[in-house]
Design a protein around this ligand. Structure first.
Ligand code: SF4
Ligand code: SF4
Length: 203
């Protein structure tokens, strides 16, 4: 059985995936020697399908499909505890971030509602310069088809003055919007050569 499993891993090994993850994250994933410190520090291991050290090992083995379709990649809170504790100085959180970007590009996002939350959060920051929770949550809840999600928390949060009915107007709003524009421009440039090289499927 073990031998058959090893052969399966060899068959599905995508060496280009290893290179792409290392390039996108600017981290040497090959340095990981599976000490497990990252998973021991991660508060989300209990909900992950693969603990973060196993994600690192799966990358080393070129298991693109398993990694990019995993729940772990989208449940990661980018807290950086793993990065802080890695004895090899690998920025593990940055690797997880690179995997989220690749998972979007390959259309293999396992948790669409988490992706939707990220998108709505960033839209709010782009529009107001900082997140406007009172506007974000109803829009997200409606899109995620859970109109009353977390509504029970509203009275408590309102009482503590943590939610505001109008967005605050921060000074550097224009500069924040410019950061988004620059990022979107870079994304378009990245797409250009790919579109040119892609073979046409239309007959
Ligand atoms: S950054 Fe992600 S993987 Fe790393 S410890 Fe935090 S939640 Fe876990
Ligand atoms: S802490 Fe670093 S070396 Fe240890 S398993 Fe995690 S990534 Fe690998």
């Amino acid at each position: 059985m073990e031998r058959a499993h090893t052969l399966t891993i060899q068959k599905t090994c995508d060496k280009d995936f290893i290179r792409r993850v290392e390039e996108a994250s600017e981290q040497e994933v090959s340095k990981c020697y599976q000490c497990g410190n990252c998973s021991a520090s991660c508060n989300y291991t209990y909900v992950y399908d693969y603990p973060v050290n196993q994600i690192m090992r799966l990358i080393q083995l070129g298991q693109k499909d398993i990694v990019l379709r995993s729940r772990s990649v989208w449940l990661c809170a980018a807290c950086q505890a793993c990065t802080t504790r890695c004895p090899c100085n690998i920025d593990v959180a940055c690797v997880m971030e690179a995997l989220r970007v690749m998972s979007r590009e390959e259309n293999t996002v396992s948790l669409k509602d988490v992706q939707m939350f990220y998108d709505e959060f960033l839209k709010s920051v782009k529009t107001f310069g900082r997140v406007f929770e009172t506007g974000l949550l109803p829009v997200y809840n409606l899109k995620a088809m859970k109109p009353f999600g977390d509504m029970d928390l509203a009275p408590k949060v309102l009482q503590k003055g943590k939610l505001h009915f109008l967005p605050s107007r921060i000074k550097g709003r224009k500069h924040i919007a410019e950061i988004f524009e620059r990022f979107e421009e870079q994304g378009k440039k990245k797409q250009e050569p790919r579109e040119v090289n892609e073979p046409s499927h239309s007959q």
